[in-house]
Every structure is written in C-alpha cells, then in structure tokens.
Design a protein around this ligand. Structure first.
Ligand SMILES: Cc1cc2nc3c(=O)[nH]c(=O)nc-3n(C[C@H](O)[C@H](O)[C@H](O)COP(=O)(O)O)c2cc1C
Length: 211
C-alpha cells in the first residue's frame, strides 16, 4: 500500500505539519509505504487550461504541463491513499491546495459526461487546521467545504474530512496585534483538544491506509 501525505501549509513545522506527521505515522503503523511532501517546496501554478489532457489522442488521467507538480499528480494517481492537510485561509484551503486540486481533478474529469476517467481508487483524508472554533466550523464552513469532498470523489475512494479547530497561530500573542484571540483560551485548547486531534489524525491515517 502506498500513501502520499501532503502538507499544504507554507509553514513546515506548525499545526498542519504536525497533524500530517501524525497521519503519516498512522499510515506507517499499518505498513504503508509513505511519501511526505511539503507542497510549498514545489514550483507550480494551477491549471493553465492548455487542455492537452482533453485531446482525443492523448491518454487520460495525466497532467501534461511540465513542472514540478505533474510528477506528484502521477504518483497520487498510482497511490492507494492521499492524506492532505491545509490551513484555512479566508474560509478556504490554501491557494496551493486549490491549485493541486485543479490540476489533479481536471485531468481525470470527462468533459463528455462529467464522469471520472479514473479507474483506480485512492482513499482521501482531508485535514483542515484553523483559528475558528468547532461550532463556527460546523455552522459556517463544513457545508461549503463539502465541495472539496465532491472533487476528490473523482478518485473513487473513501473520503474523510477532519477539522482541527482553534489552533495556536503564534507562540506569544502579546507580541502581535492579535487582540481578537486569548492566549489563555488557545493554550487550554492546546492541552485539552489538540492531543485528541493528533490522535485522530493518526487513526484516520491508519484506517485509510489499510489493505
Ligand atoms: C492569510 C491567512 C488567512 C486565514 N484565514 C483564516 C480563516 O478564514 N479562518 C480561520 O479559522 N483561520 C484562518 N487563518 C488561521 C489559520 O488557518 C490557522 O492559524 C492554521 O492553523 C495555520 O496553519 P499552520 O500552523 O499549519 O500554518 C488564516 C491565516 C492566514 C495566514
């Protein structure tokens, strides 16, 4: 079993990275071969609308644009599981996360009838980290983020979404203009909830990467 773990945060050692490293350990615990990718290390942009993937004579399920993302797309489509995490920026996953989705899903989507050309199966675990508390996530974000699940459904596998809420954005809030947040509340969350989130990320990584 092959699992690809992607950190779609620009920060390589913060919340999303920690969550994805836990998911990675979960995948490894069931014997999966794991590749960990910091998406922001790759040089790429979103879909360039070259439409080569839609040409009749071209093999399907391939992004033909030559840059550092296309080989990763190939590896995702050969994998059994994709575990991807992103911070929420203005209610959405990061622009790099979206750019990856544009490229990955457009090349498997049929423009004839909207079906998926992809005949394999990739399970997908999606992890979001955010400032928002869980109640706000459920009321205002969960439904709109289901559009991301719809796009990943083109990969034919099981899809799980896990929100990690109320994350610590900086170590010392007193040094920043961030009066909207309470250091005390953030630290409480860090002690009471965050370890559970890390444990759940491990479990989801393991469950989605099992034979
Ligand atoms: C540009 C920007 C926009 C953000 N927008 C939101 C937002 O709309 N909702 C939210 O809950 N958190 C928002 N955040 C906070 C991040 O989602 C949160 O701190 C996240 O856990 C950061 O992940 P990281 O530690 O892996 O970088 C934003 C942060 C940045 C830098």
């Amino acid at each position: 079993m092959k699992t690809i773990v992607i950190n779609a945060s620009p920060r390589k050692k913060w919340n999303t990275a920690e969550v994805m490293q836990a998911a990675q350990k979960g995948a490894e615990s069931v014997g999966a071969e794991v590749e960990y990718v910091n998406l922001y290390d790759l040089v790429f942009k979103g879909c360039r609308s070259c439409l080569v993937c839609k040409m009749k004579e071209k093999p399907k399920c391939k992004c033909y644009w030559k840059d550092e993302l296309s080989p990763l797309i190939e590896r995702i489509l050969e994998a059994d599981t994709l575990l991807i995490g992103s911070p929420i920026y203005f209610g959405e996953p990061t622009s790099e996360f979206r750019a990856l989705i544009e490229r990955l899903i457009f090349c498997v989507m049929s423009y004839d009838d909207g079906s998926s050309y992809y005949t394999g199966k990739v399970n997908v675990g999606i992890f979001y980290t955010m400032n928002a508390p869980i109640d706000y996530y459920k009321q205002s974000m969960e439904e709109s983020l289901s559009s991301i699940e719809f796009l990943f459904s083109f990969l034919n596998g099981e899809i799980r979404t896990y929100p990690v809420c109320d994350t610590l954005q900086v170590h010392d809030y007193s040094k920043y203009n961030m009066a909207g947040f309470s250091q005390e509340m953030k630290e409480k969350q860090l002690i009471l909830q965050y370890p559970k989130d890390i444990e759940n990320a491990f479990k989801i990584g393991a469950e989605l990467s099992k034979e």
